[in-house]
Design a protein around this ligand. Sequence first.
Ligand code: HEC
Length: 144
Amino acid sequence: MRKLVIAISMLAFAGSAYADPIQGRQALMKERGKLAGQISKVVKGETPFDAAAVLDALKALQANAEKFDVDTLFPAGSDRGDTTAAPKIWEDMAGFKAAEDKFLADTKAAVASPPADVDALKAQLNTLGGDCGTCHQTYRIKKS
Ligand code: HEC
């Protein structure tokens, strides 16, 4: 019976962009973490400021946000499993989508006015990092 249920749920996801929406959204989030980490190193002075490399990272964040389709990645029922997505997402889907839309808009704004120096990049990272933190605080459960 259990195997049958698993087989059916696998079939249900087979047509979507990701074999498993939880893995799909976590993979995109991991990429966000990596990109934000790269930018953060420049702001901290651990990596020298290179305008082209910084713009590439910002563009990659925008592309990531564009790929992040909430409807596909957070189907009903995907609050269960190996996930830190909070039930609040499904209780307040509009608020969650608005938080992701704001992040997408902020990545676009950053790409549209490429930072000329570390100070400008720092301001952008504050905005983008604020988006990560605000969303996580409300829509992600902390696992101990
Ligand atoms: C609109 C909401 C939202 C925004 C904006 C957001 N996140 Fe997330 N993030 C989530 C949710 C929800 C999860 C939990 C996903 C899961 O476990 O299913 C998550 C999980 C993660 C994870 C853990 C992934 C894993 O392997 O389990 C990392 C790392 C992460 N986010 C980084 C970031 C960074 C960095 C940013 C900003 C540049 C960001 N996130 C912006 C909602 C958001």
